[in-house]
Design a protein around this ligand. Structure first.
Ligand code: UDP
Length: 378
């Protein structure tokens, strides 16, 4: 592992302490020693604090009420009403920082707070925005898009994007290409491996694994399973960010399709690799382009054939034959693809082999090296 050339303290900022992809990625990055001095500052309590404690990394929570109801698709008026509490939170944050600290903001809200800190503290080191989102109007209001892109021009020394798709959208939204680098996520390939073949392999079982959210495509997955009377489905993941109602609707939808005996909702699991290996085919077909989709790489590394949307990062990663690509929001095409994989063992084996080869380049060690390289460019 290389070193950070200017050996200052590195402070990671995240508004959320829930275990969604961005937070899991931060844990993955920091799970091996990378920096001489590292600190994590979170703006809410949650499981992430305990996970960092288990890694021996100090994670402090800065109390704030202002951030939780700040919506990424909110209006200019709602954003203005948050300025005062945001400034108060930024002042609080500032009191935890030392002169020269290098800040890495791992969420948009944390990035905005980092910008506010940079306004009042000239002695704080560079601010890096670790961008995990595709910045388009599908997900963000125009006010939010314009604001974060402008702030990045003024205050970010670098924007580290999790994929080419994330970088292109950042540039298309007006961000500066010279500031943006791509560092793709990596996973622990000793854990996500096909080697530990499970004794609990289920036949004709398709698995969807991601947080439960309206755009993550679980509803289409159910609609596709309804067209395949011989197939079973596993839906792994929990609703985060207040999306519990959607989860309840999803379960009702499964019942209304007559799928109660064939579909199991497994909730959030920590033993993701083991659960993945128990299935026959992995399905990830969100309604909107996936910025990266670590789950797809995890499934591929576990030796599962995958069916993914023909857009976003998974569409690109699998375009060389590592999976079947289908259009989003198209249950009948999805059902056809699942059926093809389930009914043709040779084809399934060939897809799984290709998927494993592709996944080999997404290892956590490469991600750490690339991340350090990007920081050293600042
Ligand atoms: N995940 C998990 N348990 C679950 C569901 C998801 O640990 O029950 C993990 C999953 O393994 C992946 C992360 O959550 O590492 C989701 O990351 P991804 O980039 O796929 O999606 P995001 O949440 O960023 O949209």
């Amino acid at each position: 592992m290389g070193k950070l050339l200017n050996a200052q303290r590195v402070v990671f900022l995240s508004h959320s302490a829930e275990l969604a992809g961005a937070e899991i990625l931060m844990l993955r990055l920091l799970s091996e020693p990378m920096f001489d001095d590292v600190k994590v500052l979170l703006f809410s309590h949650g499981e992430l604090c305990e996970k960092f404690a288990a890694l021996g990394i100090s994670a402090s929570v800065i109390e704030t009420k202002s951030l939780h109801d700040f919506r990424r698709n909110g209006s200019a008026f709602s954003a203005l009403s948050k300025i005062r509490p945001m400034v108060a939170t930024a002042k609080n944050l500032s009191s935890h920082l030392r002169s020269g600290d290098l800040l890495v903001a791992s969420s948009q809200k944390a990035f905005v707070l980092g910008c506010l800190v940079k306004m009042f503290r000239k002695d704080v080191g560079p601010l890096i925005w670790w961008l995990h989102d595709i910045l388009t109007k599908e997900h963000f209001s125009s006010t939010n898009l314009r604001t974060v892109v402008l702030l990045s021009k003024l205050f970010a020394s670098k924007v580290i994007c999790t994929s080419e798709e994330v970088r292109s959208a950042y540039e298309a939204a007006g961000g500066k290409r010279s500031k943006a680098s791509v560092v793709e996520p990596g996973i622990d390939l000793r854990i996500f491996t096909a080697e530990h073949e499970t004794s609990r392999k289920r036949t004709k079982t398709a698995i969807s694994l991601s947080r439960i959210s309206p755009w993550k495509g679980q509803r289409n997955f159910l609609d596709a399973l309804a067209l395949l009377p011989d197939a079973n489905g596993l839906i792994v993941g929990a609703p985060l960010f207040g999306e519990q109602d959607y989860f309840e609707d999803l379960k009702k939808h499964a019942s209304s399709l007559g799928l109660d005996d064939r579909v199991t909702f497994m909730g959030h699991r920590d033993d993701v690799a083991e659960v993945l290996r128990s299935a026959t085919v992995f399905v990830h077909v969100p309604d909107a382009p996936e910025p990266f989709g670590q789950v797809v790489i995890e499934a591929m590394a576990c030796g599962l054939p995958v069916v993914v949307s023909n857009e976003g990062a998974p569409g690109r990663i699998c375009s060389g034959g590592g999976g079947i690509l289908v259009p989003p929001n198209n249950p009948s095409r999805l059902a056809e693809a699942i059926n093809k994989v389930m009914s043709k063992p040779d084809y399934r084996g060939e897809l799984a082999r290709k998927a494993k080869t592709i996944s080999a380049k997404y290892d956590a060690a490469s991600m750490r090296r690339n991340f350090l390289r990007a920081l050293n460019e600042v």
